[in-house]
Design a protein around this ligand. Structure first.
Ligand code: G3H
Ligand code: 13P
Ligand code: ZN
Length: 285
C-alpha cells in the first residue's frame, strides 16, 4: 500500500527504528526493493532524485511504484530525493508522490527556511510529508558537489529554529557522512545526533549511508535517526553482479538474463540494510 511519508516516519520515530530509503532509476530496482520489503515485512521508502526523474520520467516512476505498492502488503512511500527545483516538486505531487525532499541546504539559513516553508505549505495541503536539509552533507548529488572540507555540521539551535519556522516533518542532518563511496570509515558525530533529537523530537534522516559500518548505523539509530538513504551500495551491487554475469556469459545478449543477477544482488543489499535498520516486521496493515 502506498502511504504518506508522514505516517511511515512517525511510526519509525515512535518505535525507535529506521526506514531504509533506497534510490531507484528503473523497474528492476523497484521490484528488488518491494520484494525485499515484502519478504521481511518492513515498511520502505522508494526514492528518486531529479536525475532519476530525468532518466526514467516522473510518470513512469510513479506508475511503476504505484503498481508495486498496490500489490504489496507493506507500507510503501514514494519520495523525491534532493529536490532543488520547484517544478520537480509540483510534478511529483501531480504524479502522486507521497513524500518530498526540498534541498535548499546550499542557500543561506533564511533562504533555506523560505524555500522549505513554501514546499511544506503546498505538500501539507494534500497530506504529503516533507524532508528538508540543514547543514551541508559532503559528496556529490545531482549537480551539487560539496567538498569534504566545505561540509558543515548541523547546529542544534539552528535546527530547532529551522523546524519551528518551516513546519518540516523530518530533517536531514549533516553529522559526518558523505554521498558516494568512502575512502576510510566515516566519523559520525553521534552526540550531535542525540542532541538534535532531544531538542527537536522529530524524525531525523541520515544521507550518504552506503558503506557505513553496521555498528555506526546501530549507534546512529539509537541516537535518533529514522530514515537512512542508500544509493551507492545498490549501484555497486548491481554493477558487480552484472559484470560477473557478462564476464561469465560473454555471448548472452538477452537483457532479462543480464538484469536478473543485478536485481537479485540489489535485493540482498536491501534485505541486509532492513535487518541492520531494525525495520523487519515493523510493517502494519
Ligand atoms: O544523494 C544523491 C543520490 O545518490 C542520487 O544520486 O543524483 O546521481 O541520482 P543521483
Ligand atoms: P549514498 O549513495 O552514499 O548511499 O547516499 C545516498 C543518499 O544520501 C541519497 O540521498
Ligand atoms: Zn542524499
Amino acid at each position: 500500500m502506498l502511504v504518506s511519508g508522514k505516517d511511515v516516519m512517525k511510526h519509525a520515530h515512535e518505535n525507535g527504528y529506521a526506514v531504509g530509503a533506497f534510490n531507484v532509476n528503473n523497474m528492476e530496482a523497484i521490484q528488488a526493493i518491494i520484494e525485499a520489503a515484502e519478504e521481511l515485512q518492513s515498511p520502505v521508502i522508494i526514492q528518486a532524485s531529479q536525475g532519476g526523474l530525468k532518466y526514467a520520467g516522473v510518470k513512469y516512476i510513479a506508475a511503476m511504484v504505484k503498481v508495486a505498492a498496490e500489490a504489496a502488503s507493506v507500507p510503501v512511500v514514494l519520495h523525491l530525493d534532493h529536490g532543488t527545483e520547484f517544478l520537480s516538486q509540483v510534478q511529483c505531487l501531480q504524479a502522486g508522490w507521497t513524500s518530498l525532499m526540498i534541498d535548499a541546504s546550499h542557500y543561506d539559513f533564511q533562504e533555506n527556511i523560505a524555500k522549505t516553508k513554501e514546499i511544506v505549505e503546498m505538500a501539507h495541503q494534500v497530506g504529503v510529508g516533507v524532508e528538508a536539509e540543514l547543514g551541508k552533507i559532503g559528496g556529490v548529488e545531482d549537480d551539487i558537489a560539496v567538498d569534504e572540507k566545505d561540509a558543515t555540521y548541523t547546529e542544534v539551535e539552528e535546527a530547532y529554529e529551522f523546524v519551528c519556522a518551516t513546519g518540516v516533518d523530518y530533517l536531514a542532518i549533516a553529522v559526518g557522512t558523505a554521498h558516494g563511496p568512502y575512502k576510510g570509515d566515516p566519523k559520525i558525530d553521534f552526540t550531535r545526533i542525540a542532541q538534535i533529537k532531544a531538542r527537536l523530537n522529530i524524525p531525523l534522516v541520515l544521507h550518504g549511508s552506503s558503506g557505513v559500518p553496521k555498528e555506526s548505523i546501530e549507534k546512529a539509530i539509537a541516537a535518533g535517526i529514522n530514515k537512512i538513504n542508500i544509493d551507492t551500495d545498490l549501484r555497486q551491487a548491481y554493477h558487480r553482479a552484472v559484470k560477473k554475469f557478462i564476464t561469465e556469459n560473454p555471448d548472452e545478449y538477452d537483457p532479462r538474463k543480464i538484469n536478473t543477477p543485478g536485481k537479485e544482488a540489489m535485493k540482498e543489499v536491501v534485505k541486509d540494510k532492513m535487518r541492520m535498520f531494525n525495520s523487519v516486521n515493523q510493517a502494519w496493515r
